[in-house]
Ligand binder design. Structure first.
Ligand code: GA4
Length: 331
C-alpha cells in the first residue's frame, strides 16, 4: 500500500472518541444447522430488531474454501501497487468496481483500507478477472465463494421472513436470487496501523442493500453502534459469518429491522482482511413494506415509495456517514 501523502492522513475523519470501544458483551448468534430445531427464526428476528446484526455459525460454507479465499486475497494485496491498479482498469472494473486504495465512494471519504469491489449478480456473466499473479483463478475462486455465500444468505433471509411471520417465507431470498439482483462482493485489506493508536479503516455508515454477509480473518476491528449510540467492538471470529441488516431491509420491514451503523477501526499490528457479500434487489424492485407486515403494524407506512435504482442513485451521492434513508421517510 502506498504511504499516504503528508496532510492526506489528517483528512481521514477520525471519530472524536479515540478510546477503544468495549466489546459487545453478548453477540447474538444463530446456528444455521440447528435453526429449525432451535427457534432460529425468532432469534434472528430478535437480533435484527435489537441490533440489526448477528453472528452465523453452522453456515455450511467449507472451511478450506474460506482459507483459500483468505490466502488469495492476501496474495492479491501483496502485489505491487501498479499491478493492483491494473485491476481497476480491467473490463468490468472502474468506479465503483475494481481496485481502489484509501478512497471510499466518490464523495471524498477516506479510510485506512484498500479494496476490490465486484458486481456479482446471480445470472449475468461476470466481468473479467482483476489483474494479478493468477487473476483468473482468483476471480473463479471468488465466484465459487459467492455461490456458497449466496446460498447461505438465502437460508438466513428465509429465517428472517419466518421470524417476521410472513406467509411467503421466500419473499426476501427471491430478491437476492433474481437474475438481475444488484449484489456485490467487497474484499477489504486493512494494512497494519503505521504507528500506535486507532485509525479509521472504514468510517461509520449503514449499508444500502438488503443484507451484508461478512467474514474476516482473525483480526478485530469491526464495531457496531447500539440503539443508544454506544459503539461496541465485535470480537474477531474467523470461523463465523456476521450479518448486517441493510437500509433496504429496514424499508421492507417498515422499520422493524434496524439497518446497523458500523465501522472498522484499525488498531492492530496485523493486517485485517474481510470479504463481504452485499445482497441487493433488482434495480426495478419497488421497496415497500412486505405483504402482511403493515396489517399487524397499524397500517402506517414509514417510507414513501421508491425503487432500488432510485435509492442506490441517491445513496451513491451521499457521504459515508450520512443518514441515507432520511429523505425517504414520511414526517
Ligand atoms: C457501503 C456498503 C458497500 O461497501 C458499498 C459502499 C459504497 C462504496 O464504497 O462505493 C458507498 C457506501 C457503501 C455507502 C454510501 C456511498 C456508496 C460509498 C459511499 C459514500 C459498495 C455500497 O453499496 O454502499
Amino acid at each position: 500500500m502506498v504511504v499516504l501523502a503528508k496532510g492526506e492522513l489528517e483528512q481521514i475523519a477520525l471519530p472524536a472518541v479515540q478510546r477503544a470501544a468495549p466489546p459487545l458483551a453478548a453477540v447474538p448468534e444463530v446456528d444455521l444447522a440447528m435453526a429449525a430445531a432451535n427457534a432460529g427464526a425468532r432469534a434472528v428476528a430478535r437480533a435484527c430488531e435489537e441490533h440489526g446484526f448477528f453472528k452465523v455459525t453452522g453456515h455450511g460454507v467449507p472451511a478450506p474454501l474460506l482459507a483459500r479465499v483468505e490466502a488469495a486475497a492476501a496474495a492479491f494485496f501483496a502485489l505491487p501497487q501498479q499491478e493492483k491498479e491494473k485491476a481497476a482498469a480491467a473490463p468490468g472494473g472502474g468506479s465503483p468496481f475494481g481496485y481502489a486504495s484509501k478512497r471510499i465512494g466518490g464523495n471524498g471519504d477516506l479510510g485506512w483500507v484498500e479494496y476490490l469491489l465486484l458486481g456479482v449478480s446471480a445470472a449475468a456473466p461476470l466481468p473479467a478477472a482483476p489483474a494479478g499473479a493468477s487473476p483468473c483463478s482468483f476471480r473463479d475462486l471468488l465466484d465459487e465463494y459467492v455461490a456458497a455465500v449466496r446460498r447461505m444468505t438465502c437460508a438466513v433471509l428465509e429465517l428472517m421472513a419466518e421470524g417476521l411471520g410472513l406467509e411467503d417465507t421466500g419473499a426476501l431470498a427471491r430478491l437476492v436470487l433474481a437474475g438481475d439482483s444488484d449484489s456485490m462482493l467487497r474484499v477489504n485489506h486493512y494494512p497494519p496501523r503505521p504507528e500506535p493508536g486507532r485509525l479509521t479503516g472504514f468510517g461509520e455508515h449503514t449499508d444500502p442493500q438488503i443484507i451484508s454477509v461478512l467474514r474476516s480473518n482473525a483480526t478485530a476491528g469491526l464495531e457496531i453502534s447500539l440503539r443508544d449510540g454506544t459503539w461496541v467492538a465485535v470480537p474477531a471470529d474467523a470461523d463465523s459469518f456476521f450479518v448486517n441488516v441493510g437500509d433496504a431491509l429496514q424499508v421492507l420491514t417498515n422499520g422493524r429491522f434496524r439497518s446497523v451503523r458500523h465501522r472498522v477501526m484499525v488498531s492492530s499490528a496485523r493486517p485485517r482482511v474481510s470479504v463481504i457479500f452485499f445482497g441487493g434487489p433488482p434495480p426495478r424492485e419497488r421497496l415497500a413494506p412486505l405483504p402482511g407486515l403493515l396489517d399487524r403494524e397499524g397500517g402506517r407506512r414509514r417510507y414513501r415509495d421508491f425503487t432500488w435504482r432510485e435509492y442506490k442513485t441517491s445513496a451513491y451521492r451521499t457521504k459515508l456517514a450520512d443518514n441515507r434513508l432520511g429523505r425517504f421517510e414520511f414526517d
